[in-house]
Design a protein around this ligand. Structure first.
Ligand SMILES: *[C@@H]1O[C@H](CO)[C@@H](O)[C@H](O)[C@H]1NC(C)=O
Ligand SMILES: *[C@@H]1O[C@H](CO)[C@@H](O)[C@H](O)[C@H]1NC(C)=O
Ligand SMILES: *[C@@H]1O[C@H](CO)[C@@H](O)[C@H](O)[C@H]1NC(C)=O
Ligand SMILES: *[C@@H]1O[C@H](CO)[C@@H](O)[C@H](O)[C@H]1NC(C)=O
Ligand SMILES: *[C@@H]1O[C@H](CO)[C@@H](O)[C@H](O)[C@H]1NC(C)=O
Length: 429
């Protein structure tokens, strides 16, 4: 029989999962994945997105997804993902996901600055060297060399190294960085002209003294989120996506430089007038400042704090021009257990420990949650996720599920936990 203590343990264990922050990423063959929900899932190639079917990924060693500024970064060359800031209790640890083997490993680090994790766009993985560059607001720019990590963690800790302080003030900056052609661009640095971004030149390890102006529609001097668009041939990216917090547009900033001679522009992989230019596509439908983004060479994807996923097909053509005729489409699959998922927020506020009246109300809400989650994920049910606690908890939850009326539309592990708690209070205590 479940003790009251066990029920509380179950509730608190599941609360951690409900607080999960989500992200999306592609593997190097451009299958889409969503991370941070009740389970991490593979959603597959863009040909399947009109009718998505999610398959669960390994849970062994996955991040707790408790960070608020978590970044999921693709190492295209290694077909691996590095999760930065996935554990709020240790922001310096990097979780490494190997797409090919569906396995996680944990890279410990040393010497991290205390102010890691300024934003969801503060770390950039340099394509050619596999070094992470992270700008902080009081410790300058730091780097972490992951060239020895490729797709699984080393057993010894890797050291963060201070690079230098930026040439611009980072006071009040929510770091918004992306890479193109061995330059890291910082969008929305306070007191910078609209349409200009500050620059760190990776190969020369220096911050340019002045911001680079981009031709075309000027993006605002506002922080937001930024990512690079990978290139099919696995060269360094040339296009960056910048979604400022004013959601005026989605900006595509294009950059290329000749590594040997900066004045040479003739061998650019696109028309010379696209060098240091900005083009625009529609702002995201979901104007969520805490959303995360990922791109393949063919698609741009957003996951918001509700766990809802949107995509924009072919944001950039093969000649690097942008056609503004596209639009954001919502995937008919949402990650359950995301931070801002409305049912979990509301369930949290109604989490009365064992009072009979509110507990029974929650129990019917929980029953809807359990079945909705099962339908949404198409895989294992929410009750199965509660397995760590005990078999009788799962059994109680499923009987509640079949008897109850669906009240909450979305899958919600916390709701299930409350339901289990309520049943426990009524049946077992
Ligand atoms: C950055 O500036 C601070 C304060 O001036 C200084 O203590 C620190 O050494 C600088 N860091 C680097 C890497 O130059
Ligand atoms: C593009 O920007 C980079 C970085 O500021 C600069 O070095 C390069 O000269 C610019 N190229 C052109 C063609 O404007
Ligand atoms: C940036 O470029 C745009 C377009 O070429 C131009 O109108 C603007 O004056 C430039 N801004 C700065 C600060 O150089
Ligand atoms: C889907 O991805 C393939 C490559 O995997 C690409 O050729 C195609 O253009 C993409 N389609 C859309 C609609 O984005
Ligand atoms: C949750 O609560 C918020 C306000 O607290 C409300 O706007 C939202 O509609 C509620 N969601 C559900 C599913 O009841």
């Amino acid at each position: 029989m479940l003790s009251k203590l066990a029920l509380f343990s179950l509730l608190s264990a599941l609360t951690v999962q409900v607080a999960a922050i989500s992200c999306v990423q592609f593997d190097s063959s451009w299958n889409l994945y969503a991370f941070g929900g009740t389970s991490d899932v593979k959603l597959g190639a863009n040909t399947t997105w009109s009718s998505p079917s999610a398959s669960d990924l390994s849970t062994s060693g996955r991040p707790p997804w408790t960070g608020t500024n978590t970044q999921c970064i693709l190492s295209q060359t290694n077909n691996a993902m590095y999760v930065v800031g996935g554990d709020s209790s240790d922001l310096s640890t990097i979780y490494v996901y190997n797409f090919a083997s569906d396995s996680w490993s944990t890279q410990t680090t040393s010497g991290a600055p205390t102010d890691l994790g300024n934003s969801r766009s503060s770390s950039v993985l340099d394509h050619d060297t596999n070094v992470i560059y992270t700008l902080t607001t009081s410790s300058g720019l730091y780097q972490l060399d992951l060239s020895s990590v490729t797709n699984s963690a080393q057993s010894s800790a890797l050291a963060w190294e201070a690079v230098e302080n930026s040439s611009f003030s980072t006071s009040g900056y929510s770091v918004t960085a992306a890479q193109a052609a061995n330059h890291i661009f910082y969008f929305g640095v306070p007191d910078t002209a609209a349409g200009s971004a500050n620059v760190f030149v990776v190969h020369y390890a220096y911050f340019q003294p002045t911001a680079q102006n981009f031709s075309g529609t000027a993006f605002p001097d506002t922080a937001g989120q930024a990512i690079s668009i990978p290139v099919e041939s696995d060269s360094v990216p040339y296009s960056m996506v910048f979604v400022p917090n004013d959601f005026s547009n989605t900006y595509i900033a294009t950059h290329w430089t000749n590594l040997g001679d900066y004045s040479v522009t003739t061998d650019a992989p696109f028309a010379t007038n696209l060098i240091n230019s900005t083009q625009t596509i529609a702002a995201p439908t979901s104007q969520d400042k805490t959303a995360a983004y990922a791109a393949s060479p063919y698609d741009l994807v957003q996951i918001d704090s509700q766990g809802d996923i949107y995509y924009y097909a072919t944001p950039v053509n093969s000649d690097y021009t942008v056609s503004s005729s596209g639009s954001w489409q919502k995937l008919s699959y949402s990650v359950s257990g995301a931070t801002g998922s409305s049912s979990s927020t509301n369930s949290t506020t109604s989490a009365a420990p064992s009072g009979s009246a509110s507990a029974s109300a929650s129990a019917s809400a929980a029953s809807g949650s359990a079945s909705a989650s099962k339908a949404a994920s198409g895989t294992s049910s929410a009750s199965a996720k509660a397995s760590g606690a005990s078999a009788s908890a799962s059994a109680s939850a499923s009987s509640a599920s079949s008897a109850g009326t669906a009240v909450v539309a979305r899958g919600d592990v916390l709701g299930l936990a409350i339901g289990v708690l309520a049943l426990g209070a009524g049946v077992l205590l």
